[in-house]
Design a protein around this ligand. Structure first.
Ligand SMILES: C[S@@+](CC[C@H](N)C(=O)[O-])C[C@H]1O[C@@H](n2cnc3c(N)ncnc32)[C@H](O)[C@@H]1O
Length: 263
């Protein structure tokens, strides 16, 4: 089955089984939906990020080289517009990360997969006191991400350059603990499970791990199911495009929800 066919059938399953806040019996999840993920008030900084995205995607002549690492293994050029539209986190999801960081007060944040740093900008702007560590292996992306951070005068981001296989462990050792991690690169079964297992010794009861593209392929779907059934995961939220996992110890039983957010 092709990835596209798999994604469409997974979307139908999600649409038929997902709940909105109106049918949510968990107080924690209800609060998360109403007060964080569906927050309607738009902070001026989020409008500025959107303006910046529009501005860079209009730089028509700028192309970056992808030498084929991770799940996409062909070498090719991509325009900034394509990268901003297709590889970077969509604005409504960046906004959710931003509000989660503000609501839970996360300070030690890891992003696996910087690309040109669009997702990283939401993480960094949510809390200027936070330390954002972001991992990327593509030299052209790293250079563009650095230019973007400079243009927005962002000081709280450290880019760890190189393949995740070489940088993840050392970065985690440097961080000592992880409040929030966004896994957004190398979307394959084995790598997703490997990165998740590497993260586990560094998370705590209040940590959040976000896994992107959980229904992008059969392999990612399999990785997601394995993660939500892991004994340390107490609560999982499947938003179709991505999934959140929490590790609270005092929950009596594991809870798993498929959710539809009204952004
Ligand atoms: C989907 S993009 C990240 C998007 C970014 N989080 C955002 O929202 O703007 C994934 C990135 O991971 C990088 N990547 C994939 N596999 C990698 C690996 N094994 N080591 C290092 N970088 C990798 C790719 O070069 C790509 O830039």
């Amino acid at each position: 089955m092709s990835n596209l066919f798999f994604q469409i059938s997974a979307l139908f399953v999600h649409l038929f089984s997902a709940r909105t806040k109106y049918y949510m019996h968990s107080p924690f999840v209800y609060n998360l939906l109403v007060n964080v993920l569906e927050k309607k008030k738009v902070a001026p900084v989020l409008t500025k990020i959107m303006d910046f995205r529009n501005e860079i995607s209009h730089r028509k002549n700028k192309k970056l080289f992808f030498r084929g690492i991770g799940a996409i293994n062909s070498a090719h050029f991509k325009s900034l517009k394509e990268i901003e539209r297709k590889l970077s986190v969509p604005h409504h999801i960046g906004k959710r990360y931003y509000h989660c960081i503000q609501n839970f007060g996360y300070k030690n944040i890891l992003e696996i997969g910087t690309c040109i740093g669009i997702g990283t900008i939401y993480l960094a702007k949510a809390n200027p006191e936070a330390h954002i560590y972001t991992l990327e292996g593509n030299e052209d992306c790293i250079a563009q991400a650095k230019t973007n951070f400079e243009a927005l005068n962002i000081q709280n981001i450290a880019i760890e350059e190189g393949l995740f296989e070489d940088t993840l462990k050392a970065t985690l050792e440097k961080m000592k603990h992880v409040d929030m991690a966004v896994m957004d690169g190398n979307h394959q079964y084995e790598s997703t499970i490997t990165y998740f297992n590497l993260l586990l010794p560094y998370i705590h009861e209040d940590s959040l791990i976000v896994i992107d593209d959980i229904h992008w392929s059969k392999g990612m779907n399999k990785a997601w199911l394995e993660i939500i059934n892991h004994k340390q995961v107490s609560l999982s939220l499947d938003f179709y495009r991505n999934g959140f996992v929490f590790f609270k110890k005092n929950r009596l039983e594991k809870e798993k929800f498929k959710i539809w957010v009204n952004d």
